[in-house]
Design a protein around this ligand. Sequence first.
Ligand code: FMN
Length: 150
Amino acid sequence: MPTLLIIHHTPSPFMQAMFEAVVSGATDPEIEGVEVVRRAALAVSPADVLAADGYLLGTPANLGYMSGALKHAFDVIYYPCLDSTRGRPFGLYLHGNEGTEGAERAVTSITTGLGWAKAADYVVVSGKPGKDDLETCWELGATVAAQLMQ
Ligand SMILES: Cc1cc2nc3c(=O)[nH]c(=O)nc-3n(C[C@H](O)[C@H](O)[C@H](O)COP(=O)(O)O)c2cc1C
């Protein structure tokens, strides 16, 4: 069964709400035959990434960059997964007010190096996620999961 791996750093209630909306979209009953696996960014392993067929990344903007936790995940998986995960789809949700461009740029740069395929527009939310924001997160999860349906 194809597997969607959610690699997330979730340090606050606002980010938890976004994470839950993404999971809800990815696990919608209309998406059949896709297993959804969640891993905290500080706990993800190369084996988790190699075993998955697509990825959802979730992070706050920290110091104008992605969180150290998500960067740690990339540091751990980059070389073991290079050339084995090329072409796989990914999506990104991001929370922050300032410096989100830096985080987007960094994720784009690293995923380009890995050869991952951007499967949906990045979702960037500031402040308390509203209904529309959470719907956009839901759609992100559903969109990337749907691409793994066989
Ligand atoms: C060390 C650190 C650095 C941060 N740097 C930024 C930043 O550059 N830009 C920004 O918008 N938010 C920054 N934040 C705030 C986080 O992005 C924010 O906590 C996260 O988006 C979740 O939002 P919330 O705490 O309001 O729920 C930083 C937080 C920490 C802990």
